[in-house]
Structure formats: C-alpha cells, structure tokens
Design a protein around this ligand. Structure first.
Ligand SMILES: O=c1ccn([C@H]2C[C@H](O)[C@@H](CO)O2)c(=O)[nH]1
Ligand SMILES: [Zn+2]
Length: 132
C-alpha cells in the first residue's frame, strides 16, 4: 500500500473530528493485513480527560469490528494544525503497543504534509507488557 493513499484517508478522517475545545482536528488511518483501512478522528469532551484521540478511535473501531492483535500493518496520523509531524500522546502509544507489532510503521504527518516515519518501538521503548 502506498503511504500517499493512507495519508489521504487520514486527512479525510480528520474532517469529522469533534473538537469544540482545541479546534485541532486529527485523523488516523489504520491499514490491516487484508487491505482494509479503519479511520479515526479525535472526539473531545467537556471533561477534557475523556477525549479520545484519532489513533485510539481507529484502533478501537478495528478491534470492535473483529480485527485482532497482529492484523495491522501501518498507521498514518495527520494533524490539521500540526506545524511539525504530529506526535501521539502517551495513552495512544500504550494502546498501539497493545495491538501492533513493535516494527509496525507509523507515519506522522504535519499540516504541510511533512511525513515522519517511525515505529511503535521507537514511540514506546521498554514497554510495559505483562504477557511477556
Ligand atoms: O496524536 C494526537 C495528538 C493530539 N490529538 C488530539 C487530542 C485533542 O483532541 C487535540 C489537541 O491535543 O488533538 C490526537 O487525536 N492525536
Ligand atoms: Zn493520543
């Protein structure tokens, strides 16, 4: 899969973000081994801590739809107002670590479509995992 396609889906996914507090739209596109793409946007809340980021929305939609740990091959995240490639929060890094292989490519994308390619392992080194 072309990263450009995944980027386009992430940009499009940001458009449904619910962001009355930050006005910072984020979109995520999660590619599975079968070629399906799950989209996610950030969904904020008056109680700020309840906000769900775009990355977790996409991951939870995929798991809820029957995808399993290890079924994922790439993630793209786009920040509509991100001056530099967007950087996932700690909660999202931990959720990525739960479901993604350590070397899964994560493409972080700025508003100007600057792309930084990283991995789950780079985003969350020395991760907590009680199963291992
Ligand atoms: O990687 C990120 C970083 C931030 N946000 C959201 C959380 C909040 O709604 C807004 C501002 O932080 O952007 C995401 O969805 N993903
Ligand atoms: Zn997050």
């Amino acid at each position: 899969m072309d990263i450009k396609k995944l980027q386009d889906v992430a940009v499009n996914a940001s458009k449904t973000a619910y962001v009355p507090y930050s006005d910072f739209q984020v979109g995520a596109a999660l590619l599975t081994i079968d070629g399906k793409i799950f989209e996610g946007c950030n969904i904020e809340n008056a109680s700020f801590g309840l906000t769900n980021c775009a990355e977790r929305t996409a991951i939870f939609k995929a798991i809820s739809d029957g995808e399993e740990k290890g079924d994922f091959v790439a993630l793209a995240v786009y920040g509509e107002k991100a001056v530099k490639p967007i950087s996932p929060c700690g909660a999202c890094r931990q959720v990525m670590a739960e479901f993604f292989d350590k070397d899964l490519p994560v493409y972080l994308i700025s508003k100007h479509l600057e792309v930084k390619k990283t991995t789950v392992e780079e985003l969350l080194p020395y991760q907590f995992d009680e199963l291992n």
